[in-house]
Design a protein around this ligand. Structure first.
Ligand code: PAF
Length: 280
């Protein structure tokens, strides 16, 4: 039976007890409205830990002023039973007041320079400050040995890894594979914003990522590949934030860079902003 905890003291007592018993603690932070991608992270954490905590907290500080904080889908009942089915032991439900005890304006901020500033950082200024600020708090609250993040948020994973190294959190970061719908669309809580006309078109993102990889493998230049991808998405009705080929550390690859890379897309269909990536 999953245990729901809403008080920090109770969470600390539960985790302390596990640690006294020599058990390893895994953690999966989420914003709720959970789907198979989240549950795969719980199962991944379970492979590296004896007990798993998952948090559901729609974090106001990582949403921009015109983003979907208030309409972000909240489905607490379904989340709880899904987490239980995936093998989660504790559901941690902090409140905005307990997460930011001095209020958001006076909150101590965590900013990770460099990798936070590119791609998503250019289009969602302050987003990763909000993510790092809340994840560092969640790490201090839960005190896990391992924590799992999805590769769909490729840049978020890179930012979190840098934060964990830089701030010396004694936590191993696990990366979970992207879970996709049958037509290739990466699972996301925001997919449900898509209407019946937009939903099939959204799968064009995955096809375009493959096209980018094929283009790079065929020897086309990075700028040529990025421009063709943006054009293809625009023709399918997307407003494109970026279609980019980057090194694995998200730096810009040189012309004869033979190392591993990643193709990344962020694009909007109507009001819905979708992101996805493919490593190659
Ligand atoms: O990936 C998410 O859902 C969020 O950014 C996270 C890591 C739970 C922080 O709010």
């Amino acid at each position: 039976m999953i245990e729901t905890i809403t008080e920090l003291d109770q969470l600390r007592a539960r985790v302390c007890e596990w640690k006294r018993q020599g058990l390893r603690v895994g953690f999966v932070p989420t914003m709720g409205n959970l789907h198979a991608g989240h549950y795969s992270l719980v199962m991944l954490a379970r492979q590296y830990a004896d007990r798993v905590v998952s948090s559901v907290f729609v974090n106001p500080t990582q949403f921009g002023p015109n983003e979907d904080y208030t309409r972000y889908p909240r489905t607490p009942e379904a989340d709880m039973s899904g987490l239980e089915g995936a093998g989660c032991d504790v559901l941690w439900l902090p409140t905005v007041e307990s997460m930011y005890p001095f209020g958001i304006e006076l909150a101590a901020n965590v900013h990770v320079p460099g990798v936070s500033g590119v791609l998503e950082g250019e289009h969602r200024p302050g987003h990763f400050d909000g993510v790092c600020t809340v994840v560092s708090r969640l790490f201090n609250q839960v005190q896990p040995d391992v924590a799992a993040f999805g590769k769909k948020d490729y840049q978020q994973l890179a930012v979190i890894r840098q934060m964990v190294t830089d701030l010396a959190f004694p936590i191993e970061i696990l990366a979970g594979s992207i879970v996709r719908e049958a037509d290739g669309l990466a699972m996301s809580s925001r997919n449900q914003y898509l209407d019946a006309d937009q939903r099939p078109r959204a799968a064009e993102i995955r096809r375009t990522l493959q096209d980018m990889i094929d283009g790079m493998r065929a020897g086309k230049s990075r700028t040529e590949v990025e421009a063709a991808a943006a054009q293809r998405l625009a023709a399918a009705g997307f407003v494109v934030d970026y279609a980019a080929v980057r090194r694995h550390d998200l730096g810009e690859p040189g012309a004869d860079d033979a190392g591993a890379k990643v193709a990344l897309i962020a694009a909007r269909l109507g009001r819905t902003r979708l992101i996805d990536n493919l490593e190659f």
